[in-house]
Design a protein around this ligand. Structure first.
Ligand code: SER
Length: 604
C-alpha cells in the first residue's frame, strides 16, 4: 500500500461514518503564544474542543501537517521525524469511548480496510492516580473486543499518566486519559503474550484521547461539559507497518528523497549505520524545512522563533551533508525539489511557493557555507569544555546554532555552558529567548479575556491597515499573548508616523463606535464573495466561520454592507468593540523581505 492509498482510506473510512473531511491547517499556529508549530492534529481545533461550534459539524477527520522538534535528537533512528503527517478523527461532544475504540479496531483489522493481523496488536489504558480514576470504561470496551477475538487480556496494559494522558503540560485546558494502540514489529510467530512498554518492537500507531476533563487554574481536573475524542494516527509509521518495513525511511514517503541523497553523495543508504543515520537526518530535516518555508505564513531562516528552527534544521542537514562528502555547491534545493514533487498535489502550497522556497534554501546555504569550514576548524582547535563566550562566538561569527555546537561537543565528549551562552546572547542582542532556548513543547492556546480582546483588536488593525496602506496588505502571521498582539503583514516599506497614527485613529474610532462582533457560517465561495479576509485555498468544500465587525442598522441588526472588518477566523472574539479600551501601536519594524511587523497593546 502506498501513502496516497493509506491517507485516502483513512479519510474515506471516517467520511463513510459521517465525519466531515477538513483540510490541514497551517504549520504555524494562529494566536497561540505557547507553541511555535502545529504539533498535533488537535492543535488547530482547540477552540472547538473548548466548546466553540465548528462549521463542519461535530465529527471531523483530516490529515494534518505537524512539526515536532522536541525529539530532534532522536531523528536518525527508524521512526522519529521532525515533520510528519497525523491522520485524525474528532468527536466534538458527539460519540465517545465506545464508538471511538470500535472505529479504530475496525479500520485497523477489517479485511476491507487495513487488514492488520489482530494477533500483532496490543493496547494501553490509563491506570488512574490521585487526579483521575482508572479508565475502567476504556478497559472494558477493549476487554470485550479482545475476548471476542480470542486475544490475551495481558495485551491490555494499564499505564500511568506519563504514558496514557494527553493534554497541556503544566497549563490549563482540555485533557484526559487516552488509549494507545501498538503493533508488534517483530517476528509474527513470536508475539509476546503480554504488552511491555519497554520493548521497542511494540510500535505505537494510534492514540485516542478522551477529553473529559478541564485542568483549571488551581490544578484540579474538573469534568468537561462537552466530552470530546481526539485521535492521532502516525501516517509514516502505519505506512511502514503496512509494508512490513521496520524503517519509515524505506517507505514511499522518503524513498525518492533518500535516492537523491545517495546520488548527490555517491554513498549507499545501507553502507554503514553512520551513513544511514546521516541520510535520515538530512532527509528528515530538509523535508521539514521545505514544509515550513513553503507554508503560506512565509517563514524564512532567521535568528528568532520559527525562523531559528528552520535555520537549525538546514544547517544541521548541511553539516551531515559534509560528513557524507557531498561536494556539489547549493545542493539542499535538490532535496527540496524532490519533497515538492512528492507532496505538491496533497499540499498545494508546496507547488505554489516553490521558487521562493528554493531561493530561500540557496541563500541560507550560501551564507552558512561561507563560515562552516572556518567554524569547524576553530571548533576542533578547542580543548576542554566550551564556555558561554566561545559558544557565542561560534554562533555569532560562524553561524553555529547552539544546538549544533552542543552536538559537536557531545561527539567530542565535552560540555557546553548553555546558561553562559544565553547570558552572552542577552547582552548582545534583543533576541527572542524563547526561540533560542527551545520553545518546542506542546501546549494549548490561552483563551483568556485579554487575549480575546487583543484578537479582536488585531482584526480591527488589519482592516485599518488596508484602508490606510492599500489592498496589497494581507496578514502573514499573528501571535497574541495576554500582554500584546503581534501581526505580520505584507507591505514593501517602513510605515510613516502619519500612517501609524491614521491606523491607530481608525481602530480607536471603531472601538468608540461600539460595533457588535458577529459570527456566521458560510461556504468558502460565499465568504469570498463577501470580500472577507482569510485563506481561501482550501481543498474541500468546507464551511467556514466569518467574524464581522459592523455598525448597526436602524433595525438593530448589523449592517454587513458597511462592515469595518470581515475575516475568516476560528475565534474567539469579544461581543462588542466597546470593551477594548485604548489601542496603541508600540512598534513597527521589518519582519522579513516585503513583510512588516507591528506590536500593539490595549490600554485600560
Ligand atoms: N493529541 C494526540 C496526539 O497528538 C492524539 O491526536 O497524540
Amino acid at each position: 500500500m502506498n501513502s496516497r492509498e493509506l491517507r485516502q482510506k483513512y479519510l474515506d473510512f471516517f467520511l463513510a461514518r459521517d465525519h466531515a473531511v477538513i483540510s490541514s491547517a497551517s504549520l504555524i499556529p494562529e494566536n497561540d503564544p505557547t507553541v511555535l508549530f502545529t504539533t498535533a492534529g488537535m492543535h488547530p481545533l482547540v477552540p472547538y474542543l473548548l466548546g466553540e461550534k465548528h462549521p463542519a459539524g461535530t465529527r471531523l477527520t483530516d490529515a494534518q501537517k505537524c512539526i515536532r522538534t522536541g525529539d530532534i535528537d532522536e531523528v536518525g533512528d527508524a521512526t522519529h521525524h521532525t515533520f510528519f503527517e497525523m491522520m485524525g478523527n474528532w468527536s466534538l461532544g458527539d460519540y465517545f469511548k465506545k464508538e471511538s475504540i470500535a472505529y479504530s479496531w475496525e479500520f485497523l483489522t477489517s479485511p476491507q480496510w487495513l487488514n492488520l493481523d489482530k494477533n500483532r496488536l496490543a493496547v494501553s489504558v490509563f491506570a488512574g492516580d490521585g487526579d483521575a480514576p482508572f479508565d475502567q470504561e476504556a478497559y472494558d470496551i477493549w476487554a470485550g473486543i479482545f475476548r471476542n477475538n480470542d486475544l490475551p487480556l495481558d495485551r491490555i496494559a494499564k499505564l500511568p499518566k506519563k504514558n496514557n494522558w494527553w493534554g497541556p503540560a503544566g497549563t490549563t485546558g482540555p485533557c484526559g486519559p487516552d488509549t494507545e494502540i501498538f503493533y508488534w514489529a517483530g517476528d509474527p510467530s513470536k508475539v509476546p503474550a503480554g504488552f511491555n512498554d519497554d520493548n521497542d518492537l511494540w510500535i505505537e500507531i494510534w492514540n485516542n484521547v478522551f477529553m473529559q476533563y478541564n485542568k483549571n487554574a488551581a490544578g484540579r481536573f474538573e469534568p468537561l461539559v462537552q466530552k470530546n475524542v481526539d485521535t492521532g494516527l502516525g501516517l509514516e509509521r502505519v505506512l511502514a507497518v503496512m509494508n512490513g518495513l521496520a524503517d519509515n525511511y524505506q517507505t514511499d514517503l522518503f524513498r525518492n528523497i533518500i535516492s537523491k541523497i545517495e546520488e548527490l553523495s555517491g554513498r549507499r543508504y545501507d553502507e554503514s549505520p553512520e551513513i544511514t543515520r546521516a541520510m535520515r537526518i538530512i532527509a528528515d530535516h530538509l523535508k521539514a524545512a521545505t514544509f515550513i518555508i513553503s507554508d503560506d505564513k512565509g517563514i524564512s531562516p532567521s535568528n528568532t522563533d520559527q525562523g531559528y528552527v528552520v535555520r537549525r534544521l538546514i544547517r544541521r542537514a548541511i553539516r551531515y551533508g559534509k560528513q557524507l562528502g557531498i561536494k556539489i555547491p547549493l545542493w539542499t534545493k535538490e532535496i527540496a525539489s524532490v519533497v515538492i514533487s512528492d507532496y505538491h498535489d496533497i499540499y498545494g502550497e508546496l507547488g505554489k511557493n516553490r521558487q521562493l522556497t528554493l531561493a530561500s534554501l540557496d541563500k541560507e546555504e550560501e551564507k552558512f557555507n561561507r563560515t562552516l569550514e572556518k567554524g569547524l576548524a576553530e571548533f576542533y582547535k578547542l580543548s576542554g569544555d566550551i564556555n558561554g563566550v566561545t559558544a557565542f562566538t561560534l554562533y555569532q561569527s560562524y553561524g553555529f546554532p547552539l544546538e549544533m555546537t552542543e552536538e559537536l561537543a557531545a561527539e567530542k565528549g565535552i560540555k557546553v555552558d548553555r546558561d553562559g551562552f544565553m547570558s552572552e546572547l542577552k547582552k548582545h542582542q534583543d533576541l527572542s529567548r524563547t526561540a533560542a532556548a527551545g520553545k518546542f513543547k506542546g501546549g494549548l492556546a490561552d483563551a483568556g479575556e485579554e487575549t480575546t480582546k487583543l484578537h479582536t483588536a488585531a482584526h480591527l488593525m488589519l482592516a485599518a491597515l488596508r484602508r490606510v496602506l492599500g489592498d496589497h496588505v494581507v496578514q502573514k502571521g499573528s501571535n497574541i499573548t495576554p500582554e500584546r498582539l503581534r501581526l505580520d503583514f505584507s507591505h514593501p516599506e517602513k510605515m510613516t508616523p502619519e500612517s501609524i497614527k491614521a491606523v491607530e485613529d481608525l481602530v480607536n474610532g471603531a472601538i468608540s463606535s461600539h460595533y457588535p462582533v458577529t459570527c456566521e457560517e458560510l461556504s468558502l465561495a460565499e465568504a469570498k464573495n463577501r470580500g472577507a479576509m482569510g485563506v481561501f485555498d482550501s481543498k474541500y468544500g468546507e464551511r467556514v466561520k466569518i467574524y464581522t465587525i459592523a455598525p448597526l442598522q436602524p433595525d438593530g441588526h448589523p449592517d454587513f454592507k458597511q462592515a469595518f472588518s470581515q475575516e475568516i477566523c476560528g475565534g474567539p472574539h469579544v461581543e462588542n468593540t466597546g470593551v477594548l479600551g485604548h489601542f496603541k501601536i508600540q512598534k513597527e519594524e521589518a519582519s522579513s523581505s516585503g513583510v512588516r511587523r507591528i506590536k500593539a497593546i490595549l490600554e485600560k
